[in-house]
Write a protein that binds this ligand. Structure first.
Ligand SMILES: [Zn+2]
Length: 161
């Protein structure tokens, strides 16, 4: 049993990191791991959620944060009511701290083999495109994946999962 969906990795660095965590049998987004991870900075925490930068930000973003619940679950709907309610406070805190006038919000739920997610611990992406750079690509988020097939729009093609 693994916490990771290797076929959805977007860079070789990300894949290597996923393999390292998988070999150690740990979930990166469970709170005790997240708190001690060398490269995963913790920006702030609410009662049940942690805000951290995406270590592998999507192309075209000027801000790419993740909101991660302390509770390990693969679907927002599997979180307890209290954790679910606290999400809105965490999102409001991100918006306020970064003075956001626009942003995207994306969450992949359920079996990560099919959603494009890399990890089976639900998390919300807060995405802000770079509106200053004229050549910045539009921010895209993939929400489906066919196990074993290649994503032709991705520059990085993992050899095998
Ligand atoms: Zn976890």
């Amino acid at each position: 049993m693994t916490f990771y969906c290797f076929e959805n990795a977007r860079t070789s660095e990300q894949l290597a990191e996923m393999r390292r965590l998988d070999a150690a049998g740990i979930c990166l987004f469970c709170p005790e791991v997240l708190a001690q991870h060398a490269r995963q900075q913790i920006l702030f925490q609410t009662r049940h959620w942690t805000a951290t930068p995406n270590e592998f930000p999507y192309p075209g973003t000027r801000l790419h944060l993740l909101l991660v619940p302390d509770q390990h679950a693969a679907d927002l709907l599997d979180l307890t009511e209290e954790v679910r309610q606290d999400f809105w406070l965490a999102l409001a805190a991100v918006s306020e701290k970064h003075q956001l006038s626009h942003y995207g919000l994306g969450v992949r739920n359920g079996d990560c083999r099919f959603t494009g997610a890399t990890i089976a611990h639900v998390h919300a992406h807060v995405l802000v495109g770079d509106t200053q750079a004229a050549d910045a690509p539009p921010v895209r988020m993939r929400f489906s994946s066919h196990p074993g097939s290649r994503d032709r729009s991705s520059p990085y093609q993992p050899r095998s999962a």
